[in-house]
Design a protein around this ligand. Structure first.
Ligand code: ZN
Length: 228
């Protein structure tokens, strides 16, 4: 066989191998972004509302319930821009308890569960602001339902995304929370910061900081999705 024929055959074989290789790669690894966001539904739960202000800022008197809703709206916007379906349990500053009679807090929580069960989301993120008797404690902290393996991974991914932003070394923490037991899907509480800490309160009152924080919460969601 002439050298030219051998070269021509080698090129043909190499070409076929490359085409097969790329076909295989695209078949095995379709676009992750499209895959991970298409058909993805997230419930964002802004904690408290109405008569229930939640934690109140020590310096400015800002209400946790207001900040929770503002954070949810920022996260909602970014997720929707990425093609994710988003539902909020609380869409305005009012509570979800109906009439302000005895047992309103229980009714408020049950309404949240009812919404989550109806939406059937893939992920649930409840947004809160924290407080601690000692004012030195600061930074975002993520909670998951004790023993819930899927939620542990989600919480760890979220906590590490938030630690990267703030420089904290917090670990996500286990607990027993009503909102995390509404549906058998990964569910976490993100406590965005401590309103018992003056620095955190000042930051959380700042629109630019809230935007940055919301971007890192969104990043935490995608870090989790890509880790699956
Ligand atoms: Zn709260």
């Amino acid at each position: 066989m002439s050298k030219i024929k051998i070269l021509w055959l080698s090129c043909m074989v190499l070409g076929i191998v490359m085409v097969l290789q790329f076909t295989l790669i695209f078949w095995l690894y379709p676009s992750r972004t499209t895959d991970q966001t298409q058909n993805l539904t997230v419930v964002l739960d802004a904690g408290h509302g109405g008569i229930d202000n939640g934690v109140v800022g020590k310096v400015t008197g800002v209400n946790e319930s207001d900040l929770n809703l503002k954070m949810c709206r920022l996260i909602e916007k970014q997720l929707k821009n990425r093609g994710v379906k988003v539902e909020l349990t609380r869409k305005d500053y009012g509570g979800l308890y109906g009439s302000l009679s005895a047992g309103f807090k229980r009714r408020d929580m049950e309404k949240r569960r009812e919404i989550i069960k109806a939406v059937k989301p893939d992920l649930v993120i409840s947004i809160h602001m924290n407080k601690f008797p000692m004012s030195y404690r600061s930074g975002p902290q993520v909670f998951y339902q004790k023993g819930d393996e899927d939620s542990i991974l989600f919480a760890q991914c979220m906590q590490s995304a938030l630690n990267n932003f703030t420089g904290n070394k917090h670990a996500s923490l286990a607990g027993d929370y009503f909102i995390l037991k509404c549906i058998e899907k990964p569910s976490i509480i993100v406590e965005c910061g401590f309103l018992s800490n003056a620095d955190d309160e000042a930051k959380l009152n700042n629109e630019t900081y809230r935007q940055q924080l919301s971007e890192h919460i969104v990043r935490g969601i995608f870090v989790y999705l890509y880790s699956l």
